[in-house]
Design a protein around this ligand. Structure first.
Ligand code: MN
Length: 739
């Protein structure tokens, strides 16, 4: 009798030709939980949905709207508020009908619209991988996406009805959906304490995935039902008597263990149905916690409890806040049976989970959504801190609460967890290192975005790449994840090393040539042997050291030269900065205007990013392969977080050098008036500077002139002098150096 009742709920909705849920059924369930609610909006939502889906059919050939109606029914049954039940009727209209978000907002308010919108987004998520790690990320992500938990609950109801009507789908799809239900949605239902949804989802998934095991179990259960009925009725009677004899009140009912949990238990314990203690199970609902313990005492007096089977979840609730006393007793004939004792409120919490924590008025949620949900989660975390065996559960709640992680999708629907504020570049590196290195852009939810724009949970991210792209030091400022940062650093380091090897090789070759020795005439072994004399095991390291400037070319060449050759180079002056000459030829860069403190013979060049000019406060940075780069001290690429402090080096302007000319870009804003162009040109002339580039334009909105000028100056003082002359021009509003 009891078992049959359990199957009925499901069967009613599944069986083709059976009773279908109608609006009245939904209304009836809704009013059970919210007797004095105004239900006009529910009827409007029903009518709106029916109209929107009009003419659409399900795979079974039945009108499509039966699906949303069944979804709303499950939500009403679970005691949800009016907006959520109404959202059940409308949960597919954004996806399948020409209805837009604003239509829902106008007709039913922002609350309902945002629930439907959330469900639609969840619907785009496709779970593929079977790896447990993926499943956990996926569950976390769905929790995170359901900032308003009602979104998840609608999704669960939607899934429940889809599971009941799987038979019309091809086998492969049935299995995939069942697997997803078992791995993702049933655990989520459990996590938010909605045990009825969980049991039903599991049973249906079980029936689909293991039809034979399911049929066999059902056969056994039905067989036992015949003999079991008498046992159940007898025990039920005895329980009531035990209560009244002790003058205790309590509502006794028998409970059916769900098929799937029996199946799991059978598998886990390798036992038969007879070995399951809680096959016969009763529930006693009381008015108070005190009564719970009183009832327990009375039962333990009457029947012998099985040691180790008593559990006090009232004193120590489960992480999802489940509270109850559990005990297993032995009947006179030796049959074990389980009794659960709890208050009516605890029972409501167990069945409805998170929904029972919300406060309704007239069927509507009082303080809506996120605040309530967050408060609920916070309470869970605080009250269950000592439950270390549920670490993973707590972890995911914390992740949600503190939002340390975000979850995004690949275009194929895989979930990737990233740190908060991660960018498309982090995502690319997480997919694959090579993809990261070649990233040129990204599409988020179909729209082009900058590589810097932070991702949000639920985004679908597509990376655009090019084989010609390569990482730059700038990227270190863009990424948030440790992994991506390490990979970029590694690449940059390798690249520098490669360059320094090439450069070192060229320098070395040219140096030998000055003494009339051809590098090609030396065997690899010979070079390696001599390189070992410097402490290098690999030729690359030797060349790299030359390129980097750790060994001067002369020292490097010495062991390869005939005796005395060092004094007679190829007619060139030995004293001159030799690396600099070699590099000048190689890179066509200008000579040194800067010296490095305490170092001779080191190649120096002016960094392009900030173009320092003589007189600027400067700092040096050793770049393997190209010598020392000179930056302005305030250059953004010299931020502490981006550079290796050990490679910073002090540099100063060489005052003895004949002053070369530096290029500097200057922007000048002026009033718009006739003759301005001429006056600005004259000012430059007066300041004795040449313009390499001179562009004048007008900003019509502000009625301003803009001059973009690249000047040649000899020093920072010279530049100051230019500015002084510019300021004398009537109508000049501002001038600035641009880097
Ligand atoms: Mn649906």
């Amino acid at each position: 009798m009891v078992l049959k009742k359990a199957f009925q709920t499901v069967a009613q909705l599944v069986k083709p030709g059976g009773t279908h849920v109608r609006f009245d059924d939904v209304l009836e369930e809704f009013l059970k939980h919210h007797p004095e609610a105004e239900t006009e909006d529910l009827a409007r939502a029903y009518a709106f949905g029916a109209k929107a889906h009009d003419g659409q059919l399900r795979k079974s050939g039945e009108p499509y709207f039966q699906h949303p109606t069944a979804t709303a029914y499950f939500l009403a049954r679970a005691g949800l508020d009016l907006d959520t039940v109404a959202a059940g009727f409308l949960h597919d209209v954004l996806e399948d009908c020409p209805v837009e978000l604003k239509d829902l907002e106008q007709n039913f308010g922002a609350d309902l619209a945002s629930i439907v919108n959330g469900v639609t987004k969840l619907g785009k998520v496709k779970y593929r991988s079977k790896a447990e790690a993926q499943a956990e990320s996926y569950r976390k992500m769905i929790l995170a996406m359901s900032a308003d938990l009602r979104v998840l609950i609608v999704k669960l109801a939607d899934r429940l009805h889809n599971m009941q009507t799987l038979e019309h789908l091809p086998q492969e799809k049935r299995e995939r959906i069942s697997q997803e239900t078992l791995e993702i949605y049933a655990p989520l239902a459990h996590r938010i304490g909605m045990s009825q949804f969980k049991d039903e989802l599991e049973s249906l998934a079980f029936a689909n995935l293991e039809p034979q095991a399911h049929a066999e179990l059902r056969r056994q259960l039905e067989e036992r039902q015949k003999t079991g009925r008498q046992t159940l009725q007898a025990l039920d009677q005895q329980l009531r008597e035990a209560l009244s004899r002790n003058e205790l009140s309590g509502e006794v009912s028998s409970r059916v263990k769900s098929e799937y949990s029996i199946h799991q238990k059978l598998q886990r314990k390798q036992t038969s149905l007879e070995g399951i203690y809680d096959y016969y199970a009763f529930r006693i609902l009381t008015e108070s916690v005190r009564d719970c313990y009183a009832v327990l005492g009375a039962l333990h007096e009457r029947w012998k409890p099985i040691p180790g089977r008593f559990k006090d979840f009232i004193a120590t609730p489960k992480p999802n806040l489940y509270q109850s006393l559990h005990t297993t007793l032995i009947a006179e004939n030796g049959t074990p049976f389980e009794v659960q004792i709890r208050t009516r409120m605890m029972h409501r919490l167990a069945e409805e989970g998170v929904a029972a924590h919300w406060t309704y008025k007239g069927g509507r949620l009082l303080s809506v959504g996120k605040t309530e949900y967050t408060a609920w989660l916070r309470r869970l975390v605080e009250e269950n801190q000592d439950l270390s065996d549920h670490e993973e559960f707590m972890e995911s709640l914390k992740a949600q609460l503190l939002s340390e992680e975000i979850f995004v999708f690949t275009p194929a629907g895989d979930v990737k967890a990233l740190p908060k504020e991660a960018t498309p570049l982090d995502f690319a590196y997480q997919i694959h290192t090579e993809l990261g290195h070649h990233t040129i852009g990204a599409k988020v939810d179909g729209k082009m975005v900058s590589l810097r724009s932070p991702l949000q949970t639920g985004n679908i991210v597509e990376i655009l790449s090019s084989p010609n792209q390569r990482p730059s030091p700038e990227w270190l400022k863009i990424v948030r994840s440790h992994g991506a940062r390490t990979k970029i650093r590694q690449w940059l380091r390798n690249e520098e090393k490669k360059k320094s090897i090439e450069l070192g090789h060229s320098i070395f070759e040219k140096e030998l040539k000055r003494y009339r020795v051809a590098l090609k005439s030396l065997s690899r072994e010979t070079v390696l042997q001599k390189a070992e004399g410097f402490g290098f095991r690999k030729l690359e390291d030797f060349y790299s050291a030359i390129g980097f400037g750790q060994i001067t070319p002369t020292r490097a060449a010495e062991p390869f030269l005939p005796e005395g050759a060092l004094d007679k180079p190829n007619g060139e002056e030995v004293r001159e900065s030799r690396i600099a000459r070699a590099i000048r030829r190689l890179t066509k860069r200008g000579g040194n205007q800067v010296t490095v403190k305490g170092q001779e013979d080191v190649l120096v060049y002016l960094a392009k990013c900030c173009s320092p000019i003589q007189g600027d406060a400067i700092t040096g940075y050793i770049t393997r392969g190209r010598g020392v780069a000179v930056h302005r001290r305030d250059c953004s690429s010299m931020q502490a977080s981006l550079v290796d402090p050990e490679r910073r080096i002090e540099v100063e302007w060489d005052k003895n050098q004949e002053t070369p000319l530096f290029s500097v870009r200057v922007l000048v804003h002026t009033e718009e008036r006739p003759g301005m162009l001429l006056d600005v040109s004259q000012a430059l002339k007066d300041a004795k500077t040449n313009a390499r580039k001179f562009t004048a334009s007008v900003n019509p909105e502000r009625n301003q002139g803009v001059f973009d000028i690249v000047l040649e100056v000899s020093s920072i003082n010279h530049l100051e002098n230019v500015f002084k002359h510019l300021r004398k021009v009537k109508g000049v509003l501002s001038h600035q150096r641009v880097t």
